[in-house]
Write a protein that binds this ligand. Structure first.
Ligand code: PGA
Length: 250
């Protein structure tokens, strides 16, 4: 059985001091858990967070990276740089990066390859816009994004990719996809992976749901057949809310 992986996406929030306070609080309130916990934090918080989670079961991830290892890319951070300070995970192709920073499926694919080159585990985001859902194109859009993101990866790399299905209309809006709809979309993504890489590989891939996940809807989403956890934005900013999502079974 696949484990549950619950990742926080703090986006552009929390100064190092707040990040360290959050970790101190989370560590005291989260009980023993078999859930894999990842905090994806702003670049400037990464090093502080890595030092502060030592000896805990919390892992630290970045929210983006450049696809080259080094070079004349003013202001960018590479996978090699993330690896060097002990980062283990990286979000790739979040819809906000696609929307505000022009990230294409091709760039997302290059970033995934760079993540694996640098021993980082990618959390790659796919998701449809509201008009795409309303015109019946959601499944086509998300399976195509998935296929293009994974293009050229080995089976083993695909098995080590976390996919976050995040319908764009549900991000930060308070609107969550129903657990049935979210599970249908996640199943379609898994079916696409099975078609290309085989069912064995598809069954191993962790596919999260993201978009207004909160303590009140986590249990229902995580009780479905195919949703393996969540990428959580707003509700990950308070340790108390985030811990309730981690402890969804209680
Ligand atoms: P949200 O964000 O939980 O605030 O909707 C999720 C995300 O953007 O990853």
């Amino acid at each position: 059985m696949r484990r549950k992986v619950i990742a926080a996406n703090w986006k552009m929030n929390k100064l190092p001091n707040d990040a360290m306070k959050f970790i101190a609080e989370l560590v005291t309130i989260v009980k023993e858990t078999d859930v894999e916990i990842i905090l994806c934090v702003p670049y400037i918080d990464l090093f502080y967070c890595i030092l502060n989670v030592q000896g805990t079961n919390i892992k630290i991830g970045a929210q983006n990276m450049h696809f080259e290892d080094s070079g004349a890319y003013t202001g960018e951070i590479s996978g090699e740089m993330l690896k060097c300070i002990g980062v283990k995970y990286v979000i790739i192709g979040h819809s906000e990066r696609r929307q505000y920073f022009g990230e294409t499926d091709e760039i997302v694919n290059k970033k995934l390859k760079s993540a694996f080159r640098n021993d980082l585990k990618p959390i790659v985001c796919v998701g449809e816009k509201l008009e795409e859902r309303e015109s019946g194109k959601a499944i086509e859009v998300i399976t195509s994004q998935t296929q293009k993101a994974l293009d050229g990866l080995t089976k083993e790399q695909v098995e080590n990719t976390i996919i976050a299905y995040e319908p764009i209309w549900a991000i930060g809006t308070g609107k969550t996809a129903t657990s049935e709809d979210a599970n249908e979309s996640v199943k379609a993504i898994r079916a696409k992976i099975a078609e290309i890489y085989g069912d064995d590989t598809a069954q191993k891939v962790i596919i999260q749901y993201g978009g207004s996940v909160k303590p009140s809807n986590a249990k229902e989403l995580f009780s479905t057949s195919d949703i393996d956890g969540a990428l959580v934005g707003g509700a990950s900013l308070k340790a108390e809310d985030f811990s309730k999502i981690i402890e969804y079974k209680d």
